[in-house]
Design a protein around this ligand. Structure first.
Ligand code: ADP
Ligand code: MG
Length: 395
C-alpha cells in the first residue's frame, strides 16, 4: 500500500519534525569517518527547506543508554551537515525536549534547519514512553519519518510520536520501502535471492519468507556448511550449527514444496585455520578434510551463482559468501558484487556486512539500491511490518 510522503503536505511555515538516522561512525577524536547516512537524508531535508518548512531534525547516535554523554552529542553531525547544506542556516541545540529546545524551534524561520540533541540521552526514547513522545511531538506540526535504519525499533521518536502528530515518509524511507516492497510483492522474474553470512539461525526467517517468492535461492557463507552437513557432507571443522540442522532440513523441504531451487555451493575454499594467512585450497564439498574449514565459496560455485545472477531480472542479496574480511576468503563475496553490478536487473543489497563488501568492491553506485539499514532491511526481508513504517499514513 502506498504511503503518504513529504510531497503530500503543503509545508510553508510548518514545523517539519524529521526523524533521521544520523547514527554515523566516528573515530576516537569524534571525527565522522563515513557520512553516508547524513548524505542519504539530504534529499528530504532540502525538499522541506525549499518548500518553506522549518526543518527540525532528531536522531540517535551510539548507545548513550538514556544519559547525557558528550561523546554521543549530535553537535559534530550538525557541523558536518552545515557543510553539506551550503546557503542554509543550520542550527544545533544541546537539548531535545526542554525549554531550550522549544526556544530554538520558536526562533526558526521558514527554510531553516535545526538539529536537536541525541534522543537517546533520554530513557523515554527506547522505552517508547508516552510522555517523552508527546514532548517531542510538541516541537512539530508534522512528523516525517526518514529513518529507515531504525524503523524496526518501536521507540518514541520512530513510532510513539505518531500518536500525536500526522506522519508521512521522507524520500529515503519511501525509496527503501518502495524498492524492497516491490521486489517482495511483485518482482520482475526471474527473481534470485542470495543469502549468506555466518549463521543459519540469523537468517531462518528471511529464507522462510523468500523461498515461496523466489525462482532461485543461492546460499553461501558459513551457513552453507550447516545445509551441506544436513545433506550428509562432512564439513570438517567448518562452522556447522548443530542446533540449526533441523531447521536447515526443514528449509530444504520447504524449498521442494514451493518448487524453488535452493542452491548450495559445489566447492569451497578450505583452510586449516581461521586466519588471514592460513594456507587454503579449493575443495569439492565432498573432499573437505577433517582438519579443514570452509571459509568461502569455490570457483565452481562462483560460476554457477554468477550465471544465475546474469539471467535474473530481480536480485536481492543479504550476507557475504565467505570471510570477506580476509582477502584470501573474499573472492566469492566480491564475485557476487561484480555480477550484480553488471546484471541487467533490479539489484538490492541489504545487511551491514554485505553493504560494506559492496562498498569495498567499489560497486555500490552500480546497484539499484543499497539499503542504509542493516537490521531494518533484514526484518523487512523477513516480511515483518516495521513499527516505523506502520505509523506512516496511507495515501
Ligand atoms: P550481513 O551483515 O550482511 O547481514 P552477516 O552479519 O549475517 O551479514 O554475516 C557476516 C559475517 O559472516 C562476516 O563477518 C563473515 O566473516 C562471516 N562469514 C561468512 N562466511 C563464513 C564462513 N564460511 N565461516 C565463518 N564465518 C563466515
Ligand atoms: Mg552483520
Amino acid at each position: 500500500m502506498a504511503k503518504k510522503t513529504i510531497e503530500d503536505v503543503s509545508w510553508s511555515g510548518k514545523r517539519a519534525l524529521v526523524r533521521v538516522d544520523f547514527n554515523v561512525p566516528m573515530n576516537d577524536e569524534g571525527k565522522i569517518t563515513d557520512d553516508t547516512r547524513i548524505r542519504a537524508a539530504l534529499p528530504t531535508i532540502t525538499y522541506l527547506a525549499d518548500h518553506g518548512a522549518r526543518v527540525i531534525l532528531m536522531s540517535h547516535l551510539g548507545r548513550p543508554k538514556g544519559q547525557r554523554n558528550d561523546t554521543y552529542s549530535l553537535r559534530r553531525v550538525a557541523d558536518h551537515l552545515r557543510g553539506l547544506l551550503s546557503g542554509r542556516r543550520v542550527f544545533f541545540v544541546d537539548d531535545t525536549v526542554g525549554e531550550t529546545a522549544l526556544a530554538a524551534v520558536n526562533e526558526l524561520q521558514d527554510g531553516d534547519v535545526l538539529v536537536l540533541e541525541n534522543v537517546r540521552f533520554y530513557p523515554g526514547e527506547e522505552k517508547n514512553d508516552k510522555d517523552f513522545a508527546k514532548a517531542l511531538a510538541g516541537l512539530g506540526d508534522v512528523f516525517v519519518n526518514d529513518a529507515f535504519g531504525t524503523a524496526h525499533r518501536a521507540h518514541a521518536s520512530t513510532a510513539g510520536i505518531a500518536d500525536y502528530l500526522p506522519c508521512v515518509a521522507g524520500y529515503l524511507m519511501e525509496k527503501e520501502v518502495g524498492i524492497m516492497g516491490q521486489a517482495l510483492a511483485n518482482p520482475e522474474r526471474p527473481f534470485v535471492a542470495i543469502i549468506g553470512g555466518a549463521k543459519v539461525s540469523d537468517k531462518i526467517n528471511v529464507i522462510e519468507n523468500l523461498l515461496p517468492k523466489v525462482d532461485a535461492l543461492l546460499i553461501g557463507g558459513g551457513m552453507a556448511n550447516t545445509f551441506l552437513a544436513v545433506q550428509g557432507y562432512d564439513m570438517g571443522k567448518s562452522l556447522v550449527e548443530a542446533d540449526a540442522k533441523e531447521t536447515a532440513a526443514r528449509l530444504l523441504k520447504l524449498a521442494e514444496q514451493h518448487g524453488s531451487r535452493l542452491l548450495l555451493p559445489e566447492d569451497v575454499i578450505a583452510a586449516k585455520a581461521f586466519a588471514a594467512d592460513a594456507e587454503h585450497t579449493v575443495r569439492l564439498v565432498d573432499e573437505v578434510e577433517p582438519d579443514e574449514m570452509a571459509l568461502d565459496i569455490g570457483p565452481k560455485a562462483i560460476e554457477v551463482y554468477q550465471r544465475e545472477i546474469r539471467g535474473a531480472k530481480t536480485v536481492i542479496w543479504n550476507g557475504p559468501m565467505g570471510v570477506f574480511e580476509m582477502p584470501a576468503f573474499a573472492k566469492g563475496t566480491f564475485a557476487i558484487a561484480e555480477a550484480m553490478a553488471h546484471a541487467d536487473a533490479t539489484t538490492i543489497v541489504g545487511g551491514g556486512d554485505s553493504v560494506a563488501a559492496v562498498e569495498q568492491a567499489g560497486v555500490a553506485d552500480r546497484m539499484s539500491h543499497v539499503s542504509t539499514g542493516g537490521g531494518a532491511s533484514l526484518e523487512f526481508l523477513e516480511g515483518k511490518l516495521l513499527p516505523g513504517v506502520a505509523v506512516i499514513a496511507d495515501k
